[in-house]
Design a protein around this ligand. Structure first.
Ligand SMILES: Nc1ncnc2c1ncn2[C@@H]1O[C@H](COP(=O)(O)OP(=O)(O)OP(=O)(O)O)[C@@H](O)[C@H]1O
Length: 330
């Protein structure tokens, strides 16, 4: 039977403060990478801690690979990198991972082989023999990743895995996560880094004030908007107003591939014969073909036509805009 890696139904945690998360239901299939987004305090860590069996839900239920959360069978299958990690700073990095291996009941001979490989994979390598107190925040985060992977989990929960890393470190962690995904490991990624979610995740959900506000396939979200860009050479300033009048479409002149010119829609300032980008909102791909024909018929050169992707950041900001601290529409 093909059981999902994560199945949560109406999972709720109420703290004394009242916050936490409410009625969260999601299913994550085996081998999927799932992104969990949300503003600070939305309840992302609370949700992950319930799945990892670290805190008890107030109500609702969840299972990992068919085993109820909190049971040994569920825990044996997971790795967890917490957001606020603190490792024993008097130990060396290698000793910290070894401690985690022992807690997971891994044989010494297996640990002896696996730990150096893991330290190399997360980019600690020879520094594994240094004490943790000499590690930067980024190195401690990499150490956390090694600890989360030491039991060769089938599912990893990563709570902000690159928050302390510089851009190179983030790219390296992303590569590690991509490798895990290729190996068929299910990834549940809490992240503020929308780019990580965009590159790595198949599906995602946006949590706000403890509740799921939106969810969907990352590719659908990125392609939802049907704005198209046209790079036009030999441009004549009459073209824009002529196209708008003829087609009735919303068309503006863009500064480059993506950035709208301020006061878009106004008569373009470009000089005769220059190369410009136009951005049009269309209802169907036929309209794109129509615009292509019209531009070419006017004797201009069409260098490039591309669908404008909606960045996840726009999607995120749009979803939470107009909501107050309690997540209510203002
Ligand atoms: N142990 C606790 N006791 C009481 N309230 C808590 C506890 N842990 C979290 N909360 C509250 O629950 C809400 C959700 O917190 P949580 O840490 O899950 O959010 P988050 O989305 O992970 O935030 P961040 O992105 O800032 O880490 C917050 O209002 C927080 O103050």
């Amino acid at each position: 039977m093909n059981v999902p890696a994560i199945e949560a139904q109406l999972l709720t945690k109420e703290y004394k403060s009242g916050r936490g998360c409410r009625d969260v239901s999601i299913t994550v299939e085996k081998g999927e990478a799932f992104g969990f987004l949300g503003p600070n305090g939305a309840g992302k860590s609370t949700f992950v801690k319930m799945l990892a069996g670290l805190i008890r839900p107030t109500s609702g239920s969840a299972a990992l690979f068919g085993h109820p959360v909190g049971t040994l069978a569920a825990k044996a299958k997971i790795g967890y990198l917490p957001e606020l990690y603190r490792y024993q700073e008097w130990l060396t990095g290698e000793e910290v991972v070894r401690l985690h291996a022992r807690l997971c009941g891994i044989d010494k001979s297996v640990a002896d082989r696996r730990i150096p490989e893991l330290l190399k994979e997360v980019g600690i390598g020879l520094r594994g023999r240094d004490r943790v107190k000499h590690y930067s925040k980024g190195m401690q985060q990499r150490l956390g990743l090694a600890c989360a992977l030491v039991n060769e989990p089938e599912l990893v929960f990563l709570d902000e895995p690159s928050s302390a890393l510089d851009p190179i470190g983030r790219m390296e962690v992303r590569t590690i996560l991509e490798r895990l995904k290729q190996r068929g490991i299910t990834i549940f990624l809490n992240s503020h880094l929308l780019e990580d979610v965009e590159v790595l995740c198949d599906r995602m959900a946006l949590l706000n004030n403890g509740e799921i506000l939106r969810h969907g396939k990352v590719t659908d979200i990125l392609n939802k908007r049907t704005s198209w860009h046209f790079k036009v050479g030999g441009y004549s300033p009459f073209l824009l107003s002529w196209l708008i009048e003829l087609t009735g479409l919303q068309i503006i002149q863009a500064v480059g591939d993506g950035d709208q010119q301020e006061g878009g829609g106004a008569v373009p300032s470009s000089v005769e014969g220059s190369t410009v980008w136009l951005e049009a909102e269309v209802e169907s791909e036929e309209q794109v073909g129509w615009l292509n024909t019209l531009i070419i018929e006017q004797g201009m050169t069409l260098y490039e036509v591309a669908r404008k992707k909606e960045r996840l950041e726009e999607w995120f900001l749009d979803a939470v805009s107009g909501l107050n601290q309690r997540g209510e529409r203002e």
